[in-house]
Design a protein around this ligand. Sequence first.
Ligand code: 3HC
Length: 293
Amino acid sequence: MAREFRTVGVVGMGTMGAGIVEVFARNGLQVIAVEVDDKAIEAGRKHLEVSTGRAVSRDKLSQEDADALLARIRTTTSLADLADADLVVEAVPESLELKAQIFAEVDKVVRPDVVLASNTSSLSVTELAVRTGRPEKVVGMHFFNPAPVQRLVEVVRTVVTEPDVIDDIKAFAATLDKVPVVIGDRAGFIANALLFGYLNHAVKMYAERYATREDLDAAMRYGCGYPMGPLALLDLIGLDTAYEILETMYAESRNLMHAPNPLFKQMITAGLLGRKSGRGFYTYEAPHSPKIV
Ligand code: 3HC
């Protein structure tokens, strides 16, 4: 019988984690969201408030429904509070060791039949699976940014994932109005493997002053019909996250297309992470705001 997912745990409330929390809560699920400390919980809540507030201001959500949505989210700093979860999705920064530690801990807390999913963009799901006592119940569940808007979910199977786990996660994704695609465990899966060479190339063109940021972005929007240009998209993804994804793909493939342009490191060191820090290639009204000033 197919698994039912009513209470979902999400570890991490950064850009992706908060977006994933919103997806679940919007769909009427109870969410237990875990972050490292109160400051990180506050930042995650802020992200959720901005996102739901925008939906309210556009008449897409009533204030009452927005309040009910937020009330379905319980926040905590303890992984032990995930004991009641029917599914746990991890969405912490792209560090294999950090993720593996979380998987090992969550494995001890939740029921033995509970599926553990990682939102990793490029790290090995197999490496995470083997750090648990239930490798056959570990999958990738990779959302796209902004998670409440982008409909794709990449469901990553390892060589030991049980087929019924894949079927249940695919069916679950469909109930969230997402479009699941299934792939094997290779860095970048489908979308990032295709996307990040292009983004890295755009940064190279910008760093070499080949064209202005506005013209680079306009070319892809108005010439190719992309919803946003590559530099604006990098600001949305976060330069730190993009750098980690490129590094992992480059380490696996040694394809120079994925060797991160040095400008990434310079901007990250200077705190220019994109929308989340208020400035990246563009400057934003406030942290997390989509509005360019
Ligand atoms: N959170 C929640 N909702 C958001 C949002 C956010 N951060 N940003 C925009 N939205 C919603 C708006 O509320 C609006 O909803 P509505 O249609 O119900 O009113 C809708 O999205 C459209 O927003 P806007 O009108 O403000 O702006 P745009 O029409 O320009 O759309 C966009 C903004 C959805 C971000 C669009 O430009 C887009 O799809 N860009 C491409 C994003 C993309 O490529 N994402 C993938 C990145 S790669 C990735 O995530 C992989 C990972 O591993 C890093």
